[in-house]
Design a protein around this ligand. Structure first.
Ligand code: FAD
Ligand code: SF4
Ligand code: SF4
Length: 466
């Protein structure tokens, strides 16, 4: 029997059911499905998949252990490079990373590396519930303190590596909950909160300390941290400042940034309504502006909260949408109404100041722009209005300026990102940075890769090697 060219599909909640609940959509592989999928891996000696993964997981090795049904060995291999596999197995854009370069992709579907990673990680989480926890090895204490600012994937990965090296690590987080976008951005139906909480417990077991409700730049500054005995600092504060279109009517009531909308739903538990009476407007006719993952998450969340119509308004065509194909397909299946090649030009309010209509213009695609996508051009005279009662603007975010503004000598780039050298050291000696605050909005795994790289540089810095 030859190799199966098609990947093993994963079971999912049916669209008509899941559009009314916040439970996870894909249900994970069974053991039989995982072994069948693992058998598709060719164990290539050149293993391009490893280079396609920003944290270089030994992919063929862990897949081999799935085939052998030795899941303890599989998780140990994954943990050598990635302490958050239940998260990355779910949210990594695998199709652009490890799976994009999988050799099987030349003859059929690439191996479903992310699904297999999730399968192993979920097995381990189940084991942890039974009290079985295997911790990565730790070096002897170095008696040096390192401060991490921000508890998103960049900060968490940096903290874990430094803790394994024997440093005393404290994470300072501005919010009352840790996890960054994993906790307050990505919705429950894509990444259940209990998984983030469970994965974080491992960090605590490694000795990482968390101080929540500490906003660096307000409660304390980087200078205060240094004066309090921290020998190095890592800044992983993300890019959470929402962008707006600056069109007339954008200040009307009922118009949210995606950031505010999703944070309210996630951190204030609106997804458990009516158990939690979260102060959030539940629109009946909701317009979501944008075509990325954040727009898909906002649209699907609004639907689950009870909207009757959710219109996605995007200025390019489906092909140019930056969201993952899987998320776009899920949104379509659930009944999100796509208004493509369309752009809002103004919002119209009622006498009480609440948004009641959006005026849009039709667009056509011109030449490619700097992003490599065809530039959208307005079609003159094609304006039309849509009745809506809520808008969620999901057109991107920029870095939060609070840390750069309160840290003397910290150099920033054109869009407010923090400048770093090849070691991820900023213009202030002993202060390192990584993740979205350096790259602008990117992905969980690139932030994790940066956190790990910064940890290695901090170690070298504290040993006087750089
Ligand atoms: P963040 O995750 O933003 O974490 C930064 C942390 O720093 C936050 O907890 C913040 O509260 C804290 N902080 C900020 N300022 C301060 C301060 N001054 N003092 C103390 N703490 C501070 N990526 C994917 O790979 N796959 C996806 O499916 C995906 N979906 C997404 C969906 C949404 C809705 C959003 C918003 C993003 C999504 N992303 C996705 C992007 C991904 O989540 C980010 O690229 C990633 O979280 C960046 O990690 P980070 O650690 O740099 O920053
Ligand atoms: Fe692929 Fe992401 Fe897992 Fe790396 S962490 S192997 S990129 S799914
Ligand atoms: Fe397996 Fe694909 Fe990696 Fe080859 S490239 S080792 S087939 S996962």
């Amino acid at each position: 029997m030859g190799i199966n060219k098609k990947s093993v599909p994963m079971n999912e909640q049916p669209p008509e059911k899941r559009r009314h609940n916040f439970l996870e959509v894909p249900l994970g592989y069974t053991k039989e499905q995982a072994i069948l999928e693992a058998l598709r891996c060719l164990q290539c000696p050149t293993h391009p998949c490893i280079d396609g993964c920003p944290v270089h997981i030994n992919i063929p090795a862990f897949i081999r252990e799935i085939k052998n049904d030795n899941l303890q060995k599989a998780i140990d291999i994954i943990h050598e490079s990635n302490l958050l596999p239940a998260i990355t197995g779910r949210v990594c854009p695998q199709e652009d990373q490890c799976q994009a370069v999988c050799i099987m992709g030349n003859i059929g579907d690439p191996v479903s590396i992310g699904r297999l990673e999730r399968y192993v990680a979920d097995w381990e989480l189940e084991n942890r519930k039974k009290g079985k926890v295997t911790l990565p090895e730790k070096e002897p204490p170095k008696n040096k303190k390192v401060a991490i600012i921000g508890s998103g994937p960049a900060g968490l990965s940096c903290a874990a590596d430094l803790a394994k090296m024997g440093y005393e690590v404290t994470i300072f987080e501005g919010f009352h909950k840790t996890g960054g976008v994993l906790t307050y951005g990505i919705p429950e139906f894509r990444l259940p909160k209990w998984i983030v909480e469970e994965e974080e417990k491992l960090f605590k077991k490694l000795g990482v300390k968390f101080q929540t409700d500490v906003l660096i730049g307000r409660t304390l500054t980087i200078k205060d941290l240094m004066e309090n005995g921290y020998k190095a600092v890592f800044i992983g504060v993300g890019a959470g400042l929402p962008r707006f279109m600056h069109i007339p009517g954008e200040n009307l009531d009922g118009i949210y940034s995606a950031n505010e909308f999703l944070t309210r739903v996630n951190l204030m538990k609106a997804y458990k309504f009516p158990e939690y009476d979260t102060p959030i407007k539940i629109g009946k006719r909701v317009a979501v502006i944008g075509g990325g993952n954040v727009a898909m998450d906002s649209a699907r969340t609004a639907l689950r909260l009870g909207a009757e119509h959710v219109y996605l308004i995007y200025r390019r065509s489906r092909k140019e949408m930056p969201a993952r194909e899987e998320e776009i397909a899920h949104a379509e299946e659930e009944g999100i109404e796509f208004n493509l090649l369309t752009n809002p030009v103004r919002y119209i309010g009622d006498e009480k100041g609440f948004v009641k209509e959006v005026e849009c213009i039709k667009m056509k695609l011109g030449e490619e722009d700097a992003s490599g996508r065809r530039r959208p051009i307005p079609v003159e005279g094609s304006e039309f209005t849509m009745k809506i009662d809520q808008v969620i603007v999901a057109i991107g975010t920029t870095p939060n300026p609070i840390v750069p503004r309160t840290t003397e000598g910290l150099k920033t780039g054109k869009h407010g990102t923090i400048w770093v050298d090849e070691n991820l050291q900023t213009s202030v000696r002993g202060v390192f940075a990584g993740g979205d605050i350096v790259t602008g909005a990117a992905t969980v795994i690139t932030a994790m890769g940066a956190g790990r790289k910064a940890a290695s540089s901090i170690d070298k810095y504290l040993k006087g090697e750089i």
